[in-house]
Design a protein. Structure first.
Length: 146
């Protein structure tokens, strides 16, 4: 029986920069940092990458957990930092917020790039932005129906 999503995982080129953004800017807590060295056959089998090695951090904000990977081997392909959200694959993570306009201003001032200003959809206020690597993050605030 499936109960829900445990976590979302993101592969990044620089785990230090990722933690500075997700921990220091967005406010996630680091639950643990780990990784594995080259030659860890069970982990190679698990991730489907022979000759893999990685740094890993599990971070949490409220009941949202994100697993951040920096693969050292094999050499990862870079990503398009402006990858359109309609391309196949995971398109974004969505973070529930209060005071979306305030968070938008704070994150914009911290260097986060947004597609637009917050959009009022009636029952929700939302905006799409990107982390330092181009991964899309939606901020969403529930609004009371008027």
């Amino acid at each position: 029986m499936i109960h829900g999503i445990d976590h979302t995982a993101i592969s990044v080129p620089d785990i230090g920069a990722a933690l500075r953004f997700y921990r220091d800017v967005l406010g996630f807590d680091v639950l643990f940092e780990a990784g594995w060295p080259l030659g860890s056959a069970p982990l190679d089998d698990l991730v489907g990458l022979p000759g893999s090695s990685s740094k890993v951090a599990m971070i949490q904000l409220g009941d949202t957990r994100i697993e951040v990977f920096q693969y050292e081997t094999p050499e990862p392909r870079g990503q398009d930092a402006r990858r359109p959200v309609n391309d196949h694959g995971y398109t974004h993570i969505c973070l529930r917020v209060s005071d979306l306009r305030g968070e938008y201003a704070r994150l914009r001032d911290a260097g986060m790039v947004f597609n637009s200003e917050p959009v009022d959809l009636g029952t929700t206020l939302c905006v799409y932005g990107r982390d330092p690597f181009g991964n899309t993050i939606e901020l969403l605030e529930e609004q009371s129906a008027s």
